[in-house]
Write a protein that binds this ligand. Structure first.
Ligand code: B1M
Length: 212
């Protein structure tokens, strides 16, 4: 019987080598990759998200937990690919044009990955046309736009306009966030969703897609 609790706890406590070892052991025992993902890794990341929301965990703890998650995923990914487990959805995430801040964006990305989303990280200073391309050729179902500067927030609006101009606005959910961004701004520019922090971003993305 795989040690799901131990695995979740290794993620919560950021023990990367232990998370990798327990994942390898579970695979060697014949435990299904999907169970390892949902009952071990995602369960652990859910606790991390909750603790982050409640201010029991801060950025460093989340980054360390995400690193543990990544070290386990190295072993799990090939097994997941073999079993054909489908990701929740494909998310393209980036910091918008003109903006180089990526710490918050990376946290959001890690939390989404931890929750079972497939991530296309477009990086920083991402132009509207690059987001459009992620939908057109990358088949992203959700776009996540991050901005940390008041001066780069308009690039979020430009991205939504570019999607509409390309006839793709109906094909994708757009979520925005970052320190200066608000729900009012999201409403104003016609974004589908807004999240104030990385843990809420997971809830919001699931809500936008209508998944539990
Ligand atoms: Co800059 N910077 N910075 N900076 N920087 C701020 C943002 C600033 C508030 C500092 C200040 O003046 N007090 C200010 C912006 C003012 C404004 O516009 N209102 C500022 C400025 C002015 C600048 C420069 C213009 C400075 C200059 O060169 N004169 C310059 C701009 C460069 C550019 O982007 N073109 C600049 C540069 C830099 C560094 C490169 C030095 C560095 C970035 C390094 C990096 O990211 N790799 C940097 C940093 C580190 C900061 C501060 C100190 C920290 C930002 C951060 O990482 N926070 C910041 C001041 C501050 O916030 N105290 C500041 C931690 C991170 C976890 O939080 O990113 O908010 P945050 O992400 C949160 C949420 O917002 C949310 O979830 C995250 C986790 O909970 N979230 C989302 C984020 N994206 C989301 C997307 C979602 C949902 C939620 O859905 C899609």
């Amino acid at each position: 019987m795989a040690d799901f609790e131990g695995l979740a706890s290794a993620i919560i406590n950021g023990k990367a080598p232990l998370a990798a070892e327990l994942t390898q052991n579970a695979l060697a025992e014949g435990t299904g990759a999907s169970d390892i993902l949902t009952k071990g890794l995602v369960a652990g990341m859910n606790v991390v998200g909750q603790k982050f929301k409640n201010n029991e965990f801060y950025v460093p703890e989340v980054l360390i937990a995400a690193r543990a998650m990544k070290s386990a995923m190295v072993h799990l990914k090939p097994a997941l690919a073999e079993t054909g487990v489908q990701p929740v959805a494909k998310v393209a995430i980036g910091t918008v044009r003109g903006d180089l801040h990526d710490i918050g964006k990376n946290l959001v990305s890690m939390m989404l990955e931890g929750a079972g989303f497939e991530i296309m990280d477009l990086g920083v200073d991402v132009k509207p046309e690059q987001f459009v391309q992620a939908v057109q050729t990358g088949s992203a179902g959700v776009l996540c736009l991050s901005a940390l500067l008041t001066t780069t927030m308009p690039a979020m609006s430009d991205t939504i306009k570019a999607l509409a101009d390309a006839g793709l606005r109906g094909n994708v959910k757009v979520m925005i966030g970052g320190a200066p961004v608000t729900q009012n701004y999201a409403d104003e520019i016609g974004a589908d969703g807004y999240a104030p922090d990385a843990a809420s971003a997971v809830d919001q993305a699931k809500a936008l897609l209508g998944v539990a």
